[in-house]
Design a binder for this molecule. Sequence first.
Ligand SMILES: [Zn+2]
Length: 143
Amino acid sequence: MSPPLKPKSHCLSPSEIEGRLISAGVQPTAQRIAICRFVLCEADHPTAEQVKAWADQNFPRLSLATVYNTLHTLVGAGLLREYRFPHLEQVVYDNNLGAHHHFLDEATGRILDLAGDEVKVSTHLASRIQVEGVEVLVRGRIT
Ligand SMILES: [Zn+2]
């Protein structure tokens, strides 16, 4: 198996982030814009706790509630998706908004994106079931 690809999603500029926050009805504070830069560009499927840990190093006064609120707002604004994977108790935030699958590296617990065409799934479902999408979690190890 070739190494899973991580198609890096488009990184928004601070002014683009500001515009998205404003159109979502959110005051674009420096902390929120910074959180956005982290979760939209630098972070890779972080949990809220990982975002908080990052915030603690950069904005020590940011509360966990603010981190949660900002993540919730970004999901609501369509800038971020949230996933609940069966092996994780925590929600994972994903800045890749395109159709894609995920690879769980069982050695590290890391989640990587797989491009939509790296996994092929065929379904044989009753015709009355309308499939809206298929998202696969591939588990394994990278050798
Ligand atoms: Zn993803």
